[in-house]
Design a protein around this ligand. Structure first.
Ligand SMILES: [Zn+2]
Length: 261
């Protein structure tokens, strides 16, 4: 007579089945509802001919349809950067997701709202989008900015370029780099493990979604201009991609480029 399986063994098997289900679900490509691809890349992604985002970046193909990003980088998350501000009670400035801009018209002031969105998979892919629209259309403006961010994705080179740490993991950046927008210059520097994100709160959102957990930052210029501060930081991250890197250095700092898992 075969012995009864122990309770523990049964549980284990159930766990394995569950894990397999999860893996299967993750590998399933979900095509966004109602998407009718228009570009060559879009059609290839839709048909399953192109499945690897790294290939798209390696060939330098521009992503011109937001669903391409959704399909090739599942688990994209979104954060809204608080670029607006209104004087709140008590004298402080309350930061808000929308910035109200005005221009003069012969009949008075005309207003528009703009917002900034970061998307990323917390594993080396990040995008930034800025959009504006008429007041009252908050949701539409956020969607517009999100779609722009998806078209503006970049791979992020990560690694441990900190000589104090030299752990070879991809918790920081491989080397220091500068980005500039207007008068603002942002310099990002590799930091040892455990230091955290030594940047302003809104810049933290960008770093988190890029998958960077430790970084130091030096800024110059009018950093209270949050839109330009974020843009300069994004430019700095993108600049990491422009350097030619020797394989020995790549190994030394444990460099990785964007990953999809
Ligand atoms: Zn390290």
């Amino acid at each position: 007579m075969p012995r009864e399986p122990k309770k523990q063994e049964v549980e284990k098997e159930e766990n394995i089945e569950k894990a397999e289900e999860i893996v299967e679900e993750k590998s399933k490509v979900v095509i966004p509802e109602g998407w009718k691809p228009k570009t060559t890349l879009g059609k290839k992604v839709f048909s399953g001919e192109v499945t690897d985002i790294a290939e798209v970046f390696a060939k330098g193909i521009k992503i011109a349809e937001p669903p391409i990003a959704d399909v090739l980088i599942p688990n994209l998350e979104r954060e809204i950067i608080l670029i607006g501000g209104s004087t709140g009670k008590g004298g402080g400035i309350r930061r808000t997701p929308f910035k109200r801009t005005s221009r003069m018209h012969k009949s008075g002031r005309r207003y528009r709202i703009s917002t900034m969105v970061v998307v990323g998979n917390k594993n080396g892919y990040v995008g930034l989008g800025l959009a504006s629209g008429p007041p009252g259309k908050h949701q539409e403006v956020i969607e517009k900015a999100t779609n722009k961010a998806k078209l503006n994705l970049i791979p992020v080179r990560r690694g441990c370029g900190s000589w104090e740490c030299s752990c070879g993991a991809n918790h920081s950046i491989p080397f220091s780099v500068k980005g500039k927008v207007g008068s603002i210059i942002v310099e990002l520097l590799p930091a040892p493990k455990g230091i955290g994100l030594c940047v302003s709160d809104e810049v933290k959102k960008l770093m988190r979604l890029a998958g960077i957990s430790d970084i130091w930052c030096k800024t110059r210029g009018s950093t209270h201009m949050r839109i330009n501060l974020i843009k300069a930081t994004f430019n700095a991250l993108n600049k990491l991609n422009t350097y030619k890197i020797k394989p020995e250095f790549e190994k030394e700092v444990g460099m990785t480029i964007g990953k999809v898992e």
